[in-house]
Design a binder for this molecule. Structure first.
Ligand code: NAD
Ligand code: UDP
Length: 315
């Protein structure tokens, strides 16, 4: 049994990760400041003997004895990370420094949830880990992109300078149950709009692409990455390479919900990447043949079920 700290554990991905680690027989400490996460996401774990919940902000140091740390604390949706951009950069940078300092002191292994956003609006397609990215340093998305880029630098330097055992994953767009219904991300927006019979808000002409990964595939890749050989640090892309335009996504959601919602076109936000698709050959090689198992139709069906129940409960 390992004692594991999950920062951002009350968020969408973090809550699934806590559940998985508990199911494997570990002791899990979930640390969160509830900025975008909620107790509701983890309330089913509260009675578990080996689960502990801590309200804490990662921009402040935290002391605990643990074997492993999964550093997931950071708002991930554009409306949330742009709400207080200075805090977003602080969360990524100071959060990384505090958690790396903790890992160094207690000799824990630490995994960083980095992002495909570090590639910015990519000029290379699909994106391999060797691509350095195309990021605006002073745009609306910079607080998130540059914060995450700096966190990767800190991880690598703590490894080189202090021999901290690190792992870095670059997560591509992930969706599934427990996404925040109002977090503005495209999958949750389109599903909630379709279920409520409201217009589906397509930004730009809807021809921009994303590659959507179901949360269970991400959790599997994340746990496998933590357990790779010590010399393998990453960064490694974790995502589903099947790429869709936003118009295709909207159509699939309309078909699956049977909704009569109409599409409405809104301006494309600043610096919105036109395309994004992971090259996952490194992950397949290093993570014991890991690859996404749940394709869009199946994943959307589970997610629609979740939101349908949630919306009925809150009405
Ligand atoms: P989320 O917003 O649901 O979860 C983030 C969690 O971190 C929330 O519970 C929030 O309350 C907590 N948090 C935020 N700031 C904090 C702080 N200063 N101190 C303590 N806790 C704090 O988002 P998510 O989609 O679950 O993303 C989790 C992680 O995965 C993030 O680091 C994100 O950058 C990364 N990621 C997610 C995606 C995706 O598509 N979901 C893609 C790339 C990277
Ligand atoms: N998007 C959209 N309608 C929405 C929300 C988002 O068309 O209601 C678009 C957005 O412009 C982007 C894509 O969907 O091109 C994915 O957006 P999301 O915020 O989910 O993720 P990210 O841009 O961070 O990849």
């Amino acid at each position: 049994m390992k004692r594991i700290l999950v920062t951002g554990g009350a968020g969408f991905v973090g809550s699934h990760l806590c559940e998985r680690l508990l199911n494997e027989g570990n002791e899990v400490i979930c640390l969160d400041n509830y900025f975008t996460g909620s107790k509701r996401n983890i309330e089913h774990l509260m009675d578990h003997h080996f689960f502990e919940l801590v309200r804490h902000d990662v921009i402040n140091p935290y002391m605990i004895e643990v074997d492993e740390i999964y550093n997931f604390a950071c708002p991930a949706s554009p409306i949330h990370y742009q709400y207080n951009p200075i805090k977003t950069t602080k969360t990524s940078v100071m959060g990384a420094i505090n958690m790396l300092g903790l890992a160094k002191r207690v000799k824990a292994k630490i995994l960083q949830a980095s992002t495909s956003e570090i590639y910015g609006d990519p000029t290379e397609h699909p994106q391999k880990e060797t691509y350095w990215g195309n990021v605006n340093t002073i745009g609306l998305r910079s607080c998130y992109d540059e914060g995450k880029r700096c966190a990767e630098t800190l991880f690598m330097d703590y490894h080189i300078q202090n021999r901290v055992k690190i792992k870095i994953i670059r997560i591509f767009n992930t969706y599934g149950p427990r996404m925040h219904p109002n977090d503005g991300r495209v999958v949750s927006n389109f599903i909630v709009q379709a279920l409520r019979g409201e217009d589906i808000t397509v930004f730009g002409d809807g021809m921009q692409t994303r590659s959507f990964q179901y949360v269970d595939d991400l959790v599997e890749g994340t746990v496998r990455m933590m357990n790779t050989r010590d010399e393998f640090l990453g960064p490694v892309n974790i995502g589903n390479p099947n790429e869709f335009t936003m118009l295709e996504l909207a159509q699939q959601i309309l078909d699956l919900t049977g909704s009569k919602s109409k599409l409405t076109f809104k301006p494309l936000p600043q610096d919105d990447p036109m395309q994004r698709q992971p090259d996952i050959s490194l992950a397949k090689r290093e993570l014991k043949g890991w690859e996404p198992k749940i394709q869009l139709k199946e994943g959307l069906t589970h997610t629609i079920e979740y939101f349908d129940k949630l919306l009925k409960e809150s009405w």
